[in-house]
Design a protein around this ligand. Sequence first.
Ligand SMILES: NC(=O)c1ccc[n+]([C@@H]2O[C@H](COP(=O)([O-])OP(=O)(O)OC[C@H]3O[C@@H](n4cnc5c(N)ncnc54)[C@H](OP(=O)(O)O)[C@@H]3O)[C@@H](O)[C@H]2O)c1
Length: 249
Amino acid sequence: MHDLSGRRALFVGGSSGIGLASARLFHSLGATVILAGRSAARLEAARQALGNTSSVETVVFDFAQTGQVDEALAQLPLGGIDHLVITAASVTHGPFSEQPLAELRAMFDSKFWGAYGMVRAALPYLRAGGSIVLFSGVLSRRPGINCAALGAACAAVEALTRGLALELGPRLRVNCIAPGMVRTELHDRVPAERREAMFEKTGSSLPVGRIGQPEEIAEAVLLAATTGYMTGHVLDLDGGHMVRQYATR
Ligand SMILES: NC(=O)c1ccc[n+]([C@@H]2O[C@H](COP(=O)([O-])OP(=O)(O)OC[C@H]3O[C@@H](n4cnc5c(N)ncnc54)[C@H](OP(=O)(O)O)[C@@H]3O)[C@@H](O)[C@H]2O)c1
């Protein structure tokens, strides 16, 4: 098993879902973890949930606001971060012709430009030999109705991953995780009954017969962050979403 003692990892989006599960895994392996998000209350709850709070730090910022990111990072030592994991995103979907352009631009400002700006701002704080893990989603290559723009934003993150792997190597490695549906707080805005029906319907359409758990995605984050020969890679963690059966006649 990995020993991450002495390492520091920054989780942008670490107060919830996949980011929190990943932080929990890194922390359990000895790393000092820094949780970042917009809500101080959610970050504090996450910090308490991890236990051994002396090796859990929190920083409050909106990663889509460069001023806030710069100010928050300035509290950290230069070259003091080994792993940067960015799960934060605000996403939206709806019919192509009806979604307000302003809403779609806001999604790109978060999902794509948020990650782009975050990596750029974090560069001086990342130790040589360290790694970056970004997040896209299966929609990048397997589209869904009402998800055209979200799929495009995910594809943009994957292209960014490959470009950064080339440009930032060999100092840093850059990989991306493309999850399928995972049970996280991301889906909390869907009313509970509809949400469970959606999880059940999606899960039963997948080769693994269920949707994913955040802890399963955390394992892939650890792999991408710590495997020295892996860079520019997009890992699908989707229960077989990419090879789903077509409707039978
Ligand atoms: N869960 C899925 O089914 C699924 C499927 C495909 C792809 N993904 C992708 O996987 C990633 C992680 O998803 P998740 O399910 O773990 O989401 P989540 O549970 O909603 O967590 C999102 C985290 O990001 C933070 N955050 C959001 N916007 C932020 C901002 N502007 N600045 C700073 N922090 C921000 C949130 O905290 P605050 O709101 O307090 O800031 C929270 O900690 C996302 O990129 C998502 O698009 C998820």
